[in-house]
Ligand binder design. Structure first.
Ligand SMILES: NC(=O)c1ccc[n+]([C@@H]2O[C@H](COP(=O)([O-])OP(=O)(O)OC[C@H]3O[C@@H](n4cnc5c(N)ncnc54)[C@H](OP(=O)(O)O)[C@@H]3O)[C@@H](O)[C@H]2O)c1
Length: 331
């Protein structure tokens, strides 16, 4: 089960899959409530014990009374975990580009707050999105803040999220002048969100620049698990409308995924995640309970054949519709 780790920066090794924790504090989309915490701790423990040792969070995962809840939970779980791979736990957080974060110091302070909630230092700090489309002058001071964090050794690596190729190249050049190398780029990537590769050309650029791509929402918010195929049994909240629009258009993909999963003795979720891994990305599926966690971890330890990868990729290209992109995704 345990696979070799991927080096993304000096002293920073990530397992080939991480665990996303947006749902560990978010009520609006994910229906989080504190009664879930006991099981979430078991989810955390299971991941680490199985060698999936890094967790993606964000300072906006939990707002209002739940401010920073996902980070606080990860702090508690990390502190209380005792077992295999304890020393390998890594935390990646994302700092939101709130309109009041305008200076380098605001990023440094935000990172300090996150570290306080986590009760430990942060391994990978990521800028959650780029303000390039609506407040371009906000961007450079925030990049400066990331550079400061790196030079102060407050973090081991820095990453960006929701950047397209043009914007990533700008950031790369700017930070390079300051002696900082971008380690990772996190984008929405899955069988139903190939836009970052197909349209934005991020695969080629990231390979050229030595930046590791992290695939967020790799199960397309759960639809690729196959459990939401009946229009009468859709999740409540914003996913309902999204899935209603998608389901009639993605049948060929779900059918092939189901057959391929059976052929390999795997599930649809495991197959969808494995496809992301085969594309050279590190997926970070969200898991809300132990059953989901067990299943997702089962995406490791095997690989789809090249012809299976190709078959899925070509079906995806023929689909009429894919998942909508994050409004903050730049070009
Ligand atoms: N950088 C960014 O802007 C950004 C944006 C989004 C996400 N992210 C990161 O990426 C992580 C993952 O993305 P995501 O949570 O949006 O979506 P996802 O991983 O595609 O889907 C996660 C959801 O699918 C369902 N699920 C997961 N595993 C399952 C399984 N094995 N069987 C059945 N259902 C399963 C669960 O929801 P239900 O049980 O409710 O169906 C779960 O919350 C986030 O947690 C976050 O860390 C980053």
């Amino acid at each position: 089960m345990i696979e070799s780790k991927i080096k993304v920066a000096d002293n920073l090794l990530l397992s080939p899959m991480g665990c996303g924790t947006w749902a560990w504090g978010n009520r609006f989309l994910w229906g989080y409530d504190t009664t879930m915490d006991k099981e979430l701790q078991q989810v955390f423990n299971l991941h680490v014990s199985q060698g999936v040792t890094w967790f993606d969070t964000g300072d906006s995962y939990g707002t209002g009374k739940l401010e920073g809840r996902s980070e606080s939970l990860l702090g508690k779980f990390t502190k209380e975990y005792q077992g295999d791979h304890q020393d390998e736990i890594s935390i990646a957080t994302k700092l939101a580009v709130y309109p009041w974060r305008l200076t380098p110091q605001s990023m440094v302070k935000a990172c300090e707050k996150s570290a306080e909630r986590l009760g430990r230092s942060i391994d990978l700090v990521q800028m959650h999105w780029s303000p390039a489309k609506y407040l371009p002058w906000q961007e450079k001071p925030l990049w400066d803040g990331l550079a400061q964090l790196y030079h102060q050794k407050a973090v081991k690596g820095i990453g960006l999220s929701n950047y397209g190729a043009k914007n990533l190249q700008r950031a790369y050049d700017y930070l390079k002048q300051q002696g900082v190398k971008i380690s990772t780029l996190q984008v929405q990537y899955s069988l139903l969100s190939t836009y970052p590769f197909v349209k934005l050309g991020l695969k080629e650029l990231c390979e050229e620049l030595g930046i590791q791509i992290i695939a967020y929402s790799p199960l397309t918010l759960g639809i690729l698990t196959g459990k939401y195929q009946d229009l009468k049994n859709l999740p409540s909240g914003p996913r309902k409308g999204l899935f209603k629009g998608l389901l009639p258009k993605i049948k060929p993909l779900l059918q092939t995924l189901e057959i391929m999963a059976k052929d390999n003795g795997k599930t649809m979720a495991q197959t969808a995640l494995n496809w992301c891994i085969c594309q050279g990305t590190i997926p970070i599926p969200g898991a809300k309970n132990l059953t989901q966690a067990r299943e997702n971890i089962g995406a490791l330890g095997w690989r789809l054949s090249p012809s299976e990868v190709l078959e899925l990729s070509s079906i995806v290209l023929s689909l009429e519709k894919q998942m909508i992109q994050n409004i903050f995704q730049t070009e």
